[in-house]
Design a protein around this ligand. Structure first.
Ligand code: ADP
Ligand code: ZN
Length: 525
């Protein structure tokens, strides 16, 4: 922590009270502000709603001079400027959504020293003319909002953000702060490297959103599960994420057919149709937005009661950000993820097919592992999620695992049966086939290959196929098996799998639960 001289300390509180009308800082705000006022550069990672804006607005007023704020979205800039003006703070925005005259008038007020804050889109700031003009003004602070956009490893990379790496050099006297609501360790490192040449004071605050009940369910028939879930929450606002445009359209149509006020949103739609859908969602109650990840940045709707992931998200980072759109008002909200091995295969394929450096593939692959681990955890999900962001917490009592803890049992026998079947079929078949063999399902695909003659065939008939699918997923989560990215998603053995099969290592699994109506009712329908 940085201790400020008494005058600065007093001025900080005076600004808080007189300019913003607050009596106290929120947790996390003060260390960030103190670091800036002590002349440091800062990377601040704080959840949405924590009060990031104040972290640069208050120092801007205390420092004097001009603060330049970079933001990727016009709507966000306009909201901020309007809010500041209500507080009597002179703020301007220059962006492509305003007329030339308005922009010129704004610039005059900036150049004459009237304005305290200037909001700009990244590509506007990083023109030679703008930098030269700002170089002649007393710029005291540069704030970069939604800073995760600079990371190519993140889920919302914006190429304009890369330019901002040169802002440091162009405005050497200004302090710099980068702010974001989500960044895991690799994104943080990336932001530090790209914006700060490697070093800045980093503050990470309060990730927990205890009012959101978190659950993960096996994905079987996603459409039906989503329809039931949404139908059981009629009249509430919700968001349903799907992985592709096609699935968005299909899911929206299905919900509409069931009488739900559902809208579609994805990047393939006309800008106007997209804006209209967003507008309706924000303005009306009880609208369900079915969307790809294109939907969400800067969406601030307080009464979203649930977020459903119809397909596994890209990473825990993306997941955290996406479920964070629920329950902004602090009232109870829910997040449900439907997840199956085919999702993991799809994600692995995305990574493999990317034309990117091996190092990046490794990072993304590790992230996917973390996601799978989260989905198969037998401990509190929130603990697992927050641990990923470096926080330690007690069990939350508000996730599916806490509410209905699985019994952890020795699953070595079960694992060896499945691993043996994987090996004996040449490591080419997917989970469905392996499970069919375990339960002794004599289908044509089985008999055509003579697989009914395998030693393990039917040896798992005492358990339903669903249990075996769950065990396969857990074996993938603990890296005893891997899902191939080829067309069939074949399961292959890992070194750990070999050890388990050889009886050299044991594995624990969650004891499969009977699939009762009651349970389904609470979890999915
Ligand atoms: P973020 O950008 O982190 O999502 P905002 O900066 O929009 O969050 O702040 C969220 C809300 O919290 C705003 O309504 C803001 O006025 C309020 N807020 C911020 N700091 C304080 C504070 N110290 N005391 C009371 N309210 C605050
Ligand atoms: Zn929990």
């Amino acid at each position: 922590p940085f201790a400020l001289p008494p005058e600065l300390e007093a001025e900080k509180y005076r600004v808080l009270k007189t300019a913003f009308g607050f009596d106290a800082f929120r947790p996390g705000q003060e260390p960030v502000i103190d670091a800036l006022l002590s002349g440091r550069d800062v990377l601040a990672v704080m959840p949405t709603g924590a009060g990031k804006s104040l972290c640069y607005q208050a120092p801007a007023l205390v420092m004097g001079g001009l603060a330049v704020v970079v933001s990727p979205l016009i709507a966000l800039m306009e909201d901020q400027v309007a809010g500041l003006r209500l507080d009597g703070v002179r703020a301007e925005a220059i962006h492509s959504g305003r007329s030339r005259e308005d922009n010129v008038a704004s610039w005059r007020r900036v150049a004459s020293g009237e304005a305290r804050l200037l909001y700009l889109a990244p590509e506007r700031l990083m023109t030679e003319r703008m930098l030269a003009a700002l170089g002649k003004l007393p710029v005291s602070l540069v704030a970069i909002d939604e800073a995760h956009c600079v990371s190519q490893w993140g889920h919302s990379f914006r190429s304009e953000y890369l330019l901002l790496g040169q802002a440091r050099a162009a405005l050497p006297k200004a302090r710099m702060i980068a702010l974001t609501a989500t960044a895991d360790q690799s994104t943080r490192d990336d932001i530090l490297q790209k914006l700060f040449e490697g070093s800045a004071e980093t503050y990470v605050a309060g990730f927990d959103r205890p009012n959101i009940q978190i659950a993960v369910s096996e994905k079987r028939d996603a459409m039906t599960a989503i329809e039931r879930y949404v139908d059981a929450r009629k009249g509430l606002s919700g968001v349903v994420y799907r992985i592709s445009r096609k699935k968005v359209e299909e899911t929206a149509a299905r919900l509409q057919g069931a009488g739900v006020n559902a809208l579609a949103y994805h990047a393939g739609m006309e800008a106007q149709a997209r804006a209209a859908a967003q507008e309706t969602f924000l303005a009306e109650r009880g609208v369900v937005m079915v969307a790809t990840v294109a939907f969400g940045m800067g969406i601030d709707k307080s009464d979203v009661r649930y977020v459903v992931h119809g397909d596994a998200p890209g990473s825990l980072e993306a997941y955290y950000q996406e479920i964070g759109r629920a329950g902004r008002d602090g009232e109870p909200a829910e997040a449900l993820m439907l997840y199956g091995l085919e999702d993991i295969r799809t994600r692995r394929r995305f990574i493999d097919e990317q034309d990117s450096a091996p190092e990046r593939k490794r990072v993304e692959s590790r992230r996917l592992d973390a996601l799978v681990g989260f989905c198969e955890t037998t401990a509190c999900r929130r603990q697992a999620l927050l641990a990923y962001f470096g926080e330690t917490n007690p069990p939350c009592g508000n996730c599916d695992v806490c509410l209905d803890p699985p019994e952890v049992i020795d699953g070595t026998q079960e694992a060896r049966l499945l691993l043996g079947l994987v090996r004996d079929t040449g490591q080419r078949f997917g989970a469905a086939h392996i499970v069919a063999l375990a339960v002794g399902h004599e289908s044509e695909t089985v008999t055509a290959r003579g697989h009914e003659k395998l030693a393990g065939f039917g040896r798992g008939a005492d358990r339903p196929a669903q249990d075996w699918r769950g065990i396969v997923r857990q074996l993938v989560a603990v890296h005893a098996l891997e899902v191939e990215t080829g067309a069939y998603g074949g399961l292959v053995m890992t070194a750990k799998g070999e050890r388990v099969l050889a009886g050299e290592e044991r594995v624990s699994i969650a004891k499969p639960k009977p699939r009762t109506r009651e349970r389904r009712g609470r979890m999915v329908a």
